[in-house]
Design a protein around this ligand. Structure first.
Ligand SMILES: Nc1ncnc2c1ncn2[C@@H]1O[C@H](COP(=O)(O)OP(=O)(O)OP(=O)(O)O)[C@@H](O)[C@H]1O
Length: 260
C-alpha cells in the first residue's frame, strides 16, 4: 500500500516554541487514523501539515508522495479532502447545501461549463444521498443544525474523490443522536475498500468510528504512542497522554473512557 502521508522528523516552531517536535509517522492508503491528545497538543498543526497548508520548520513531510517545499501546493491540495469548522466558517450562510458540495468540484477543475455542471451536479446529488442529506439540498447552509452542517462539510470533502481525507473534530458539539448518526456514516464510509487514507482529529475515544484502524496520541507536540487501535488506546497510554488515571473499555468496536 502506498503512503498517503509520510513525516520524517518533522518539527514546527512558532514564537520559539516547538509545537510539533520530531514527528515521524506514516499513513498508508488503506489505514484510517484517529489523532487524540489534550488541548494544545498540536493536533490541528499536524492536520495543517497533512493538508499542505503549512510547511515544517524542519524535517521532511511527504503528502501523497510529494515533498512539501518541492511541490506546487495548488496542484496538491485539490487531491486532499479536508473538513473542518474553520473551513465551514468561510461558507456563505446563504449558499444552498447542493452548492456547498458542488463548488468543491470547481475548486479542482477551476472552470465552469454546462458539461461539467451536469456531471458534477449528479455526483454532488449522489454524495448528498450517501451522507443522508438529499432532502436538504435546497436548504441554506446557515439554516442547518450543527449535525447537518458537519455532514455537509464531509460531503463537500469527499465530493472530489480525494486520495487523503482529513477530518478535524467532525463530531464536536453534536448531540448524542447526531453524533451516533455521523459515526455510523463515517464508519460505513471508512469500511469501504475504495475509501482513501483517513486522518481524523478528535478529543474523545467515544468518537472513534468503527472501521478505524490506527491511533496516534499526541502530547506537547510529541508522539506518545502510535499504531493499531487496540495497541494504542489503552489505559496506560491514555493516562500518560492526558496526565490522569484513565480506564478504557472497548465494546462492539467502540471505545469508552473515564477517569478512575
Ligand atoms: N501560529 C501560531 N503561533 C504561535 N503559537 C501557535 C500557533 N499556532 C498554534 N500555536 C500553539 O501551538 C500549540 C498547538 O496548537 P494546536 O492548535 O495545533 O493544538 P490542538 O491539539 O489542535 O489543540 P485543541 O485541542 O485545543 O484544538 C498551542 O499551544 C497553540 O497555542
Amino acid at each position: 500500500m502506498a503512503s498517503v502521508l509520510e513525516l520524517s522528523d518533522v518539527s514546527v516552531v512558532r514564537d520559539g516554541n516547538r509545537i510539533l517536535d520530531s514527528i515521524t509517522w506514516a499513513v498508508d492508503s488503506d489505514e484510517r487514523w484517529v489523532v487524540l491528545g489534550p488541548n494544545g497538543a498540536g493536533k490541528t498543526t499536524l492536520l495543517s501539515i497533512a493538508s499542505a497548508s503549512i510547511h515544517p520548520s524542519s524535517g521532511t513531510a511527504k503528502v501523497l508522495e510529494d515533498t512539501l517545499g518541492k511541490v506546487d501546493v495548488f496542484e496538491l491540495r485539490p487531491r486532499i479532502g479536508f473538513a473542518s469548522t474553520a473551513l465551514a466558517r468561510k461558507v456563505p450562510a446563504g449558499e444552498t447545501v447542493l452548492d456547498v458540495v458542488l463548488t468543491a468540484a470547481y475548486s479542482v477543475t477551476g472552470r465552469w461549463n454546462e458539461e461539467y455542471d451536469d456531471i458534477d451536479s449528479r455526483r454532488a446529488r449522489r454524495v448528498l444521498a450517501e451522507w443522508k442529506l438529499d432532502h436538504l439540498e435546497e436548504r441554506r447552509f446557515g439554516s442547518l443544525s450543527e449535525g447537518e452542517q458537519k455532514r455537509v462539510q464531509i460531503a463537500r470533502a469527499v465530493m472530489t474523490d480525494p486520495e487523503l481525507l482529513l477530518l478535524d473534530e467532525p463530531a464536536a458539539s453534536l448531540d448524542l443522536g447526531a453524533r451516533e448518526e455521523l459515526l455510523q456514516l463515517l464508519g460505513g464510509y471508512a469500511s469501504s475498500p475504495q475509501a482513501p487514507g483517513i486522518v481524523m482529529v478528535t478529543h474523545h475515544v467515544e468518537e472513534i468510528p468503527r472501521a478505524f484502524t490506527h491511533a496516534l496520541l499526541l502530547k506537547d507536540g510529541r508522539i506518545q504512542a502510535a499504531g493499531p487501535l487496540d495497541e494504542v488506546i489503552t489505559a496506560e497510554n491514555l493516562s500518560a497522554t492526558f496526565g490522569m488515571d484513565i480506564t478504557v473499555e472497548r465494546h462492539d468496536g467502540r471505545f469508552a473512557a473515564r477517569a478512575l
